[in-house]
Ligand binder design. Sequence first.
Ligand code: PMP
Length: 452
Amino acid sequence: MLSNSIATRDIQSQIHPQTNLDQHEKCGPVVMASGDGSIVTDINGKSYIEGMSGLWCTSLGLKDDRLAKAAARQFDTLPYYQNFAHRGTEPAIDLAAKLLEISPVPMSKVLFQSSGSEANDTAVKLIWYHFAAQGRPEKRKIISRERGYHGTSIASASITGLPHLHTDWRLPLDGFLKVTCPHFYREGRPGESEEAFSTRLAQEIEDLILAEGPDTVAAFFAEPAMGTGGVVLPPAGYFEKVQAVLDKYDVLMVADEVITAFGRTGAWWGSQTFGLKPDLITCAKALTAAYVPLSAVLISEPIYQTMLAQSRKIGVFGHGYTYGAHPVACAVANETLRIYDEDGVIDGVAALGERMESVLAPLRDHPLVGEVRGVGLMWGIEIVSDKDSRAPFLAEEGVPAKIQDAAFRLGLVCRALGNAIALAPPLIVTPEQIDEIGRIMNEAIKEVKAGL
Ligand code: PMP
């Protein structure tokens, strides 16, 4: 590997996020060179089915000329302009209007950033601003779920419920509280129904709000379906019961739709699939099909009204990023949303999801597979050492990572996340590619089992 000059240059020069840096010095990078639809090809000419859409984001695959042309047109006319201080661009205006039109619940305004982390940071700040402006500055604690993923900036990592984003960073910040992950397979008690599990988790949230003091709790952040936590779907009745608790104590609901927005669950929004009624929505990734970075926060009318009242009182709204509402990103997003509409991409997800279910269902019989779960085009395969007790393998055995690596050698990108293997192919994956995903997963799991 080290004789390869690209690998050497990489090791000598670059830090890879979410990577074991010591291992990286030994194994070096896999360098990708080109893409076409759901296929990605490395510099050695080996091709893989991109079964994770990159990081859950390349919804339209890796070669849609319409997006490249939309970007090129905007580069030619106006490659950059800011929207600070009463300035703006037409692509951003069009996109904001479109997002409000398709929003799953009525929303009042849109604020753009570049990443999911920035969108969630912005949401936290809007919540703090909202309650402070109402004369309730102590109402600022944020509740989220263990295993939830919301980003890696300081606030968004604090909302995230994964230990490796906290240890050694002295995070979460004070006032970022966690409740149980709604993972029925792992957290449900023997004999407990999904509904009863949801009731128990909603009660836990209510108990926490009461223990902390409702006047100190501002918001609850949730992914409609958890991605990075291992593809965890909400159990029956969960969001309805949680929402009732939040409403009772005037705690805002933030739907982190960074993965779920724009078709991933089979509807335009995960909030539609799972019945969330958010006060703020954050989205990114498939907003531009990942061709360029862009994220957005959708803001409810009551929150906008406090922002407006603050501006009347104190002046400018003191928040924003240089590249928020970047016109090239907004132009690509407008084209992406047009393609979703005109090509019926999102309507097609249900049938593709059924095909995923049918090719992954046989894995349930495998001794290493505890559960296969999913919705639309996000699926998780729970890996266990013992089916009856549901015991996972020890972390140091690295069995899910071995399955991920075996699948990769066989030509499929999937991702080991905790005890689960995640699959989230592009929304334009073909039925034949889904069949191939099923075949490779089966082979990879068998291969790893044989080597144990
Ligand atoms: N929220 C969710 C649900 C995510 O999955 C991610 C990224 N995987 C983020 C937020 C953070 O987005 P970014 O990496 O663009 O900051």
